[in-house]
Design a protein around this ligand. Structure first.
Ligand code: S3P
Length: 163
């Protein structure tokens, strides 16, 4: 059966909502960043620092491919849509759900975060990245769900009704 992929910007709640959705649906939850960390034996920030973003995107693409027919719920990384091949996999092999969040909500949620390499840029760069990705999320999404000011349970229940 087709797997479900959750996409959206950093801090949109993909892992929290994915976990909630999986438990409500009795399906297995996969956090793609965790799988990459396990496979590589190093943290995401270390992979970025040692190999660069392009390498990370290739590993991310392989991992995404790996889970497409497993009937699982996958929380992807926020930048997966930057890779054309990953976008094709999302469009062709997954039911893809975009967790649409406002930039101001992300800023508030991630203000103290220092684990995400691409969050450590200037605010202008983070916001430009956010804007650039909106169209790519839209291109890949079968379903879009607004996540601002709503609980994970509420959001997961809305997703459950539409899948
Ligand atoms: C990234 C988002 C991160 C992680 C990596 C790159 C991005 O995942 O994959 O740091 O490019 O937006 P989250 O969206 O779970 O933070």
């Amino acid at each position: 059966m087709t797997s479900i992929a959750l996409i959206g910007y950093m801090g949109s709640g993909k892992s929290t909502i994915g976990c909630q959705l999986a438990s409500q649906n009795h399906r297995k939850f996969i956090d793609l960043d965790n799988e990459i960390t396990k496979f590589e034996g190093r943290e995401i920030a270390t992979i970025f620092a040692q190999e660069g973003e392009e390498y990370f995107r290739q590993v991310e693409e392989k991992m995404l491919n790996h889970f497409c027919e497993d009937n699982v719920i996958v929380a992807t990384g926020g930048g997966i849509v930057m890779n054309q091949n990953s976008r094709d996999v999302l469009k062709n092999c997954f039911q893809t759900i975009w967790l649409e969040v406002s930039y101001s909500v992300v800023e508030e949620r991630l203000q103290l975060d220092d684990t995400r390499p691409l969050w450590k840029q200037s605010k202008e760069q983070r916001q430009a990245l956010f804007e650039r990705r909106q169209g790519l999320y839209e291109e890949c999404a079968d379903i879009r769900v607004s996540v601002n000011e709503r609980s994970p349970k509420e959001i997961a229940t809305e997703i459950e009704r539409s899948i």
